[in-house]
Design a protein around this ligand. Structure first.
Ligand code: P6P
Length: 338
């Protein structure tokens, strides 16, 4: 009814964060403001993506490679800069660590001790960006520990249990921001006519099981035998269907709502897999657990994994708890036989 609609339309992200925390303390206000800045980054990136094909020079490769040795897209650079820009003069975030930067970026005017760090993948799935298929941004917020005078950011080399907030922005037919500050998972949809992210789903619960398995089966012969056993199982059993978009955020989003499992296992060439712990697998693992799902490297929970370096990778098995457990059972069976 009218009241409900109006109230819902006024449930913006910043208000929702404060409601979640049931507090107007300085910390609550800071977290609310951080989420609002992330939302602003999402709006700026969504705007550019929505007309990139019409903008000279917005798409394509820069010709350089990032720290991962991956070719960098112009959109990667733009999105990376957007996150930095929205946190300058915000007084909130001291450091930004991103897939696109070898070392963290420091905002000196924000850097008294005890400030926040943003870890992010500015454009996840950039292989999709030039062909107008969905991409995403993934983010995680940590409290800085210590003064990090040498800029080595060693306090970031801890497991994901200390995450304060995590989420992603999905640039799809609509732009959605999904986040958690440890009190459930909530989805906001950008209403372009308002220029606001408006609450669309609250306390999202991932189904305990789902029909989807999401993996790049082109790597089948690169995978460990245990993962091949799992794939053979879902090939033979009724009730499974494959969905894989090439962008982790979209594949995870589908599983968050419909259930199932996404796998990016290690391969012979990359035993640690391809995805990055600090700003890809850990933030999504935080969300998965908050939504009643699970995330594993195959041998331990993602949120217990401790990175040896900023851009450490982990294998990823993430989704419905029953489906993650099924994959792990094949891994355990093979290691028992070994
Ligand atoms: P592959 C995109 O490059 C990405 O980091 C994730 O978004 C995606 O899930 C994965 O890599 C796709 O990798 O090897 O299947 O192309």
């Amino acid at each position: 009814d009218y009241e409900y609609a109006l109230d819902r339309d006024c449930t913006t992200l910043s208000r929702h964060v404060l409601q979640q925390l049931q507090s107007f303390s300085a910390d609550a206000q800071d977290l609310s403001a951080i989420m609002s800045r992330i939302a602003l980054a999402g709006k700026l990136i969504a705007r550019r993506l929505s007309r990139a094909d019409l903008m000279e020079g917005a798409l394509g490769f820069t010709g350089s490679e990032n720290v991962q040795g991956e070719s960098v897209k112009k959109m990667d650079i733009y999105a990376n800069e957007v996150f930095i820009s929205v946190f300058k003069q915000s007084g909130l975030v001291c450091r930004l660590a991103s897939e696109e930067m070898e070392k963290p970026y420091y905002i000196p005017e924000n850097c008294p001790v005890g400030r926040y760090t943003l870890l992010y993948d500015p454009i996840d799935g950039s292989s999709n960006v030039d062909i107008n298929i969905n991409v995403g941004s993934i983010f995680a917020v940590r409290q800085q520990e210590g003064d990090d005078l040498d800029g080595e950011a060693r306090d970031l080399l801890q497991n994901g249990r200390k995450l304060i907030a995590a989420g992603y922005i999905l640039y799809g037919p609509s732009t959605m921001l999904i986040y958690s500050i440890g009190k459930g998972v909530h989805a906001f949809t950008l209403d372009p006519s308002l220029g606001e992210f408006i609450l669309s789903s609250e306390n999202i619960q991932m189904p305990a099981h789902g029909p989807i398995y999401s993996a790049n089966e082109g790597n089948f012969w690169q995978w460990d035998e245990s993962i091949r056993d799992y794939i053979r199982y879902v090939h033979r059993h009724e009730g499974y269907t494959a969905r894989y978009s090439g962008a982790l955020v979209g594949d995870f989003h589908r599983i968050l709502f419909q259930g199932g499992v996404f796998l990016y296992p290690g391969t012979v060439k990359k035993p640690e897999g391809k995805l990055r712990l600090l700003y890809e697998t850990a933030p999504l693992a935080f969300l998965a657990e908050q939504a009643g799902g699970r995330a594993s490297t195959g041998t331990q929970d993602i949120l217990d994994a401790v990175p040896a370096k900023l851009h450490a990778r982990t294998p990823l098995i993430i989704g419905s708890k029953e489906d993650v457990a099924l994959v792990e059972s094949f891994i355990k069976e093979r290691s028992r036989q070994a």
